[in-house]
Design a protein around this ligand. Structure first.
Ligand code: ADP
Length: 624
C-alpha cells in the first residue's frame, strides 16, 4: 500500500514537473516570439522613418525636375518666330533656321527634345531634326498633351516615345496668334535621370501613372509593369492609347501583407535574391499635378536580421541565465546535500561515539570489577602464601625439633661420654694432684678442657640448628656448612656405627641460607645414617662439585636404597616407612621445598647400591 501511494506521488511530482517545464518553455517561446515581433516592428518603424524621408526627398526631386521644365514651352510659345513660322513656314532655309533655334534651346535647357507641331499635330520643326529618326514630319495628334495644348491648356503627359523608344515627360503649350491657336510647342524631358542617382540596394523607388503602370523604377525589370493586377478593359484602354507601345503591362509578383500605420508590408519577388520573395514596406506619395503616385519599397530584411539577432541574443541570455541559475541551484543543492551528509555523518559519529563510550564505560566497570576481584584474589593468595609460609616455618621448626628429638639419644650419648670422661679425668687429676704428679694433672686438665670445648661446640651447633631463620640468601662457602651438618649428625652416625667420608673442595661457594642448607644436609645425613644402620658396610659419602652454574652436593649411602615404587612418594609430606617415633615423613618434603626456595632442586639419582640424594644450588659467583 505504502509503495503504491509512494509511486503515485512520484508520478504526480513528475507530471507537475513536466507541466511546469512545458509552461516555462511555452512562456519563453512566446516571450521570444513577442520580442522578435516587437524588434521587427521597431526595425520596420525605423526603416519607415528613413523611407518616408527618402520618399519626400525623391518627390521633391521629381517636383524640381518637372518644375524646371514646366514653364519652358509657355516661354517658347511667346516667341513670335514660332507663330510666324506656323503661319508661314517658308522655305527650306526657314525650316532649318527654326530647327537650329529649337536645337539651341534644347541644348541650353538640357531637355530631351523640343519641337513644334502645327494645328494638325504634324511636327514641323524639331531639335533632333538631323538625328537618325527625327520627329519632323511625324504626327503626334493622338497624344493627349497635344490635345490639351490645342485646347488652350498646358499639356502634360508621360509616355514611351513611339519614335525614340525613350520614356519621356512631355510639356506642351499652345502657340497663339491673337486668340487663334496655330499649333503647339513641346518640350520632352528624359525621365531616366529620375532613376540613375536614386538606385539603392535596399530601397526601390518607383512612379506609377493613374492606372498603376510603373513607368519609373530604380529596378529596370519593373518598368512598364503594373503595381497591382489590372483588369482586361483597363489594359485594352491603355494599349489603345499607345502610351506604352508594346508593353505587356504584367503585374508585379507581389502579395499584400500587414497594413502598418507607416505603410503597407508586401511580399515581393524581385527575381534577384534567394529566397525569391522578400518583405518590403510600401510607402506612397501622390503628385497630383503630374497625376503620379510615387512609391518607395524598402527591404525589411535588415529589420528581420536585427530582430533575429536580438532574439538569438535574448535566447542566448535566457539560456545562459537558465544555466547559471541551474548551476547555482545545483551548487545550493550540493551544499545542502553536503550539509545533510555532514549532519548525518556527525549524528552517526555521535551515535558511534556514544555507543563506544557506553561500551568503554561498561568494559571499564567490568574491568574494575574483575580488577577488584583479581586484587582480592591476589590478597587472598598473598594471605594464603603468608599462612603457608608461616605453616612451613612452623613445620620446618617442628621438623627440626623432631630431628633433635630423634637425635636426643645420640646427643645424650655424645654429651654423656665427654661428661663421664671429664669426671674420670677430674677424679684421676685429684689423685694425681695428691701424689704430686703435677705434669699428669696438667695433661688431665687439658683433656678436660678439650672435652668441654667439644661439648660447647656440639651445643652451639644444636643451637644453630634449632634457630629460627628468616630464610634470607647469602653467598657462603659450602665446606663449613657441610662440616657443621656432619657434626650435628655425628651422634646419629655414631649410633649407626657408620663412617662418613666428605669430599668437598674448600673453594666452593654457594648462594643459600646457611641454617636451611644445614637443615637439608642434616636431614639427608640423618636418613643415610638410619639407612645404613644394621647394614653390612655402613658408609656414607658426602661430596660436592661445581657443574656449570650450579653446585651439586650428593649424599650417597650404602643402605638398602629406595624401592622404585616409593620413588614418587618419598617427597610427599608424612610419607614414611619408619616406625612411629622414628620418623614423621616430613624431612624430605621440607628439604625439597627449601631447595626450590633457594633456587635449586633436590632429587634422588640412581646409584649402584644404596640411595643417592642430589642437592643442586646456584653457585655464589653468578649473583656477584
Ligand atoms: P622420615 O625420615 O621421618 O621417614 P623422610 O621424609 O626424611 O621422613 O623420609 C621419608 C622416607 O624416605 C623414609 O621413611 C624412607 O623410607 C625413605 N628414605 C629416606 N632416605 C633414605 C635413604 N637414605 N635410604 C633409604 N630410604 C630412605
Amino acid at each position: 500500500m505504502c509503495t503504491i501511494a509512494q509511486a503515485d506521488s512520484e508520478r504526480g511530482t513528475r507530471w507537475t514537473r513536466a507541466l511546469l517545464w512545458t509552461s516555462l518553455l511555452a512562456a519563453l517561446g512566446l516571450g521570444l516570439w513577442g520580442l522578435a515581433t516587437w524588434a521587427y516592428r521597431d526595425g520596420v518603424a525605423r526603416l519607415a522613418d528613413q523611407g518616408r524621408t527618402d520618399l519626400d526627398l525623391y518627390v521633391a526631386h521629381l517636383h524640381g525636375l518637372l518644375a524646371k521644365y514646366e514653364p519652358l514651352p509657355e516661354l517658347l510659345a511667346t516667341n513670335p518666330r514660332l507663330s510666324d513660322f506656323l503661319r508661314a513656314p517658308g522655305g527650306q532655309a526657314s525650316i532649318e533656321a527654326l530647327n537650329r533655334y529649337l536645337e539651341t534651346i534644347n541644348r541650353i535647357s538640357d531637355a530631351a527634345d523640343t519641337y513644334l507641331m502645327d494645328a494638325t499635330g504634324l511636327t514641323i520643326a524639331a531639335s533632333n531634326w538631323h538625328a537618325e529618326r527625327p520627329f519632323v514630319g511625324r504626327n503626334f495628334s493622338f497624344r493627349p498633351y497635344f490635345r490639351d495644348a490645342i485646347g488652350g491648356q498646358l499639356g502634360r503627359y508621360f509616355a514611351l516615345g513611339t519614335t525614340s523608344r525613350q520614356r519621356g515627360y512631355y510639356f506642351a503649350y499652345p502657340v497663339r496668334e491673337g486668340d487663334e491657336i496655330l499649333g503647339a510647342v513641346v518640350v520632352k524631358i528624359d525621365i531616366a535621370e529620375a532613376e540613375q542617382r536614386w538606385s539603392k540596394p535596399d530601397r526601390i523607388f518607383l512612379v506609377t501613372d493613374p492606372d498603376g503602370v510603373i513607368f519609373v523604377s530604380t529596378r529596370p525589370e519593373q518598368r512598364f509593369r503594373t503595381l497591382f493586377p489590372v483588369d482586361a478593359a483597363t489594359r485594352a484602354r491603355i494599349q489603345r492609347s499607345n502610351r506604352y507601345p508594346e508593353a505587356e503591362l504584367a503585374a508585379l509578383d507581389m502579395t499584400l501583407g500587414a497594413a502598418l500605420p507607416t505603410g503597407q508590408l508586401v511580399r515581393l519577388s524581385t527575381g534577384r535574391r534567394w529566397p525569391g520573395r522578400q518583405t518590403y514596406l510600401l510607402q506612397s506619395r501622390a503628385m497630383p499635378a503630374a497625376g503620379w503616385q510615387v512609391h518607395a519599397l524598402t527591404d525589411t530584411g535588415e529589420a528581420l536580421r536585427d530582430s533575429l539577432r536580438l532574439t538569438i541574443l535574448a535566447a542566448a541570455m535566457v539560456v545562459m541565465s537558465g544555466l547559471i541559475a541551474a548551476l547555482l541551484l545545483q551548487q545550493q543543492r550540493g551544499r545542502r546535500a553536503h550539509a545533510a551528509l555532514a549532519e548525518a555523518a556527525r549524528a552517526s559519529l555521535e551515535r558511534i561515539n556514544l555507543q563506544l563510550e557506553e561500551r568503554v564505560a561498561s568494559r571499564t566497570a567490568e574491568l574494575t570489577r574483575s580488577n577488584r576481584r583479581l586484587r582480592d584474589e591476589i590478597d587472598e593468595r598473598l594471605r594464603a602464601e603468608q599462612a603457608l609460609r608461616e605453616a612451613q616455618q612452623a613445620l620446618i621448626q617442628s621438623a627440626k625439633l623432631a630431628t633433635l628429638g630423634q637425635m636426643s639419644a645420640g646427643i645424650n650419648h655424645e654429651l654423656n661420654q665427654p661428661l663421664s670422661a671429664i669426671r674420670t679425668y677430674a677424679d684421676n687429676g685429684r689423685l694425681l694432684l695428691r701424689q704430686g704428679r703435677a705434669r699428669e694433672v696438667t695433661d688431665n686438665l687439658e683433656q678436660i678442657l678439650a672435652l668441654t670445648d667439644r661439648m660447647a661446640k656440639i651445643g652451639s651447633q644444636l643451637k644453630l640448628f634449632a634457630r629460627k631463620t628468616s630464610g634470607e640468601l647469602t653467598d657462603l662457602p659450602l665446606a663449613p656448612v657441610i662440616e657443621g651438618a656432619a657434626r650435628i649428625a655425628a651422634p646419629l652416625l655414631a649410633k649407626s656405627d657408620g663412617h662418613l667420608e666428605t669430599r668437598v673442595p674448600a673453594d666452593l661457594r654457594v648462594r643459600a641460607n646457611d641454617v636451611l642448607l644445614q637443615q637439608v644436609l642434616v636431614n639427608l645425613l640423618g636418613n643415610a645414617c638410619q639407612a645404613i644402620a644394621g647394614g653390612p658396610q655402613r658408609r656414607i659419602l658426602l661430596s660436592a662439585v661445581r657443574l656449570e652454574d650450579m653446585i651439586v652436593t650428593r649424599v650417597q649411602d650404602t643402605g638398602p636404597g629406595i624401592p622404585r615404587s616409593d620413588l614418587d612418594l618419598i617427597f610427599e609430606p608424612f610419607f614414611t616407612t619408619k616406625d612411629a617415633g622414628e620418623g614423621l615423613g616430613l624431612g624430605l618434603a621440607i628439604s625439597a621445598r627449601i631447595a626450590i626456595e633457594m633456587g635449586g632442586a633436590l632429587r634422588v639419582v640412581p646409584c649402584p647400591n644404596g640411595a643417592c640424594f642430589e642437592l643442586r644450588l646456584p653457585a655464589a659467583d653468578i649473583h656477584a
